[in-house]
Design a protein around this ligand. Structure first.
Ligand code: CA
Length: 232
């Protein structure tokens, strides 16, 4: 076993050793670190001790029910859980999801399917984290910034209130500094496809926005002649 710390750890609680080994082998080959445990109670303790990134959990365990393991683990910390079961019983599926299982795989399974589901679970987590990492402010110049949470602009410490469309316009441009947006593109992105306005409305909104934030010379929101607008 290498000591590459960047590997994600998948914990497997499964009493059928052959299945646990197959999963470990397949996941390690894909670059994951795995830990396997064959009993529920021991599994809970080891999951708590090792804090893995994901749990693959068999429902039918010799000592306690997998659902109880799921409940217990989920009540202690945030971890995605993929449940394995020999039963295709819909009742179990519903129960599993009720207790916080994130995904569900019915035995017999193709191991590649499990690997794919594990990867999908990690992708979802990355996406959520990515969204949370959004900066709460985007600097426009020395004295002005967009307050993303408040959907407003702050200039010299003073709040400038924006309409929803004005905020979306300035947020889009500020998030993509250096990128030129045509009027059509701004219409699509800010107003969506069901707009009943024409591209001149974009100019009117930009004009109003500039006025509000005191950008009278178009230094913050730049006009790219014949094309559209951008921020640098
Ligand atoms: Ca079992």
């Amino acid at each position: 076993m290498s000591c590459d710390d960047t590997r994600k750890t998948v914990f497997i609680i499964e009493d059928e050793k052959a299945i646990a080994e197959l999963l470990s082998y397949a996941l390690e080959r894909e670059g994951f670190k795995t830990i396997a445990e064959y009993k529920g109670i021991e599994g809970i303790n080891k999951v708590k001790a090792t804090k893995p990134d994901l749990l693959i959990l068999d429902l039918m365990l010799p000592d306690i029910n997998g659902i109880d393991v799921c409940k217990k683990v989920k009540s202690e910390f945030e971890i995605p859980v993929i449940i394995l079961t020999a039963k295709s019983d819909i009742v179990d599926k519903v129960t599993g999801f009720n207790y916080g299982a994130d995904d569900y795989i019915t035995k017999p399974f193709d191991v590649r399917e499990v690997v794919a589901r594990v990867k999908a679970a990690f992708r979802r987590i990355e996406e959520i984290r990515g969204n949370m990492r959004q900066p709460d402010r985007i600097i426009l110049n020395d004295n002005t910034y967009v307050n993303v949470d408040g959907r407003e602009v702050i200039k010299y410490g003073e709040t400038i209130t924006l309409t929803p469309k004005e905020f979306e316009l300035i947020y889009l441009l500020a998030q993509n500094k250096g990128m030129v947006f045509s009027r059509d593109k701004l219409l699509d992105r800010v107003w969506g496809y069901d707009y009943a306005i024409d591209t001149r409305s974009v100019d009117i909104h930009i004009l109003r926005l500039r006025k509000k934030i005191g950008d009278f010379n178009g230094i913050v929101i730049k006009t790219v002649f014949g094309v559209g607008y951008k921020m640098d």
